[in-house]
Design a protein. Structure first.
Length: 262
């Protein structure tokens, strides 16, 4: 099984090189951003916006948080594109070789899961290190909130990867792009289910705005997602663990029946 893990990592070797450059870039850009937001042009623009009543302080803080959240997501996204593993296996005809290996379908599937989620773990640890450095340089966001964002981002990527593995095995080779699209659609559906009441309130407010021109809706609704990923990351983490477990079980059943798909 160790050989399969090494094989999968070798399929991602180009991404791992890119990952190194991305980490360096995110750290550099993140430091420049937080310093500018504290001492430079961004700080001056924010002060003018508050003085002119164009934006509230919490809105500026949420915009900065959103920008930093995107920074934290980039390293994870760069290391987690596991479609390349399935594509490389298909191009090399690995499924023909896998059938004669003295390894069960369960071990082959387990190796795939271990590879992908170990890489996410490494990416998350590096993100935490970057977050610590940035939190020292800024008071825009605390280290605890940074960690919440990283947990949320890692959970989202794990959900995406677990669904991609499931759909790649279900649909078979050559349909990796379809698997990616279905995974993203499922993630949207999961978010709608988790935040149904909040989304319903927003929809009602939008309808009221169309009818009367005044929805009475606080802008807090629009920043709800930021608050959610900072303070309720445990919900995404629990959801990710459940989906990973379900994906593993269903993927094993499908792979065991179809054979030659992993």
């Amino acid at each position: 099984m160790k050989g399969l893990i090494i094989k999968d990592i070798m399929c991602l070797r180009k991404q791992l090189r890119v990952f190194g450059f991305v980490v360096a870039g995110v750290l550099a850009v993140g430091i420049m951003y937080v310093l500018s937001a504290r001492f430079g042009n961004i700080a001056s623009a924010n002060a003018r916006a508050i003085a002119d009543n164009q934006m509230e302080a919490f809105e500026i803080n949420n915009i900065a948080t959103l920008a930093l959240a995107l920074f934290m997501l980039v390293p994870l996204a760069s290391v987690g594109d596991l479609l390349n593993v399935f594509i490389a296996d298909r191009q090399a005809g690995f499924e023909k070789v896998a059938g004669i290996l003295p390894l069960s379908v369960r071990k082959r599937l387990t190796a795939r899961f271990i590879t992908i989620f170990t890489l996410f773990g490494i990416g998350a640890v590096i993100d935490v290190i970057i977050a610590f450095i940035l939190s020292v340089l800024t008071d825009i966001i605390s280290f605890a909130d940074f960690v919440g964002i990283i947990i949320s981002a890692s959970s989202l990527m794990c959900i995406y990867s677990a669904l991609v593995i499931l759909y790649c095995i279900l649909l078979g080779k050559g349909r990796e792009t379809v698997a990616m699209i279905l995974s993203l659609l499922c993630m949207v559906l999961i978010y709608v289910i988790l935040r149904f009441n909040k989304l319903k309130d927003i929809l009602i407010a939008i309808i009221a705005l169309d009818d009367t021109g005044d929805s009475g809706m606080s802008t807090d609704y629009f920043w709800d997602f930021i608050t959610f990923i900072k303070q309720k990351s445990y919900i995404l983490l629990i959801t990710a663990l459940i989906i990973m477990a379900v994906s593993y079980c269903i993927s094993y059943v499908i792979a065991d029946k179809k054979r030659g798909v992993i």
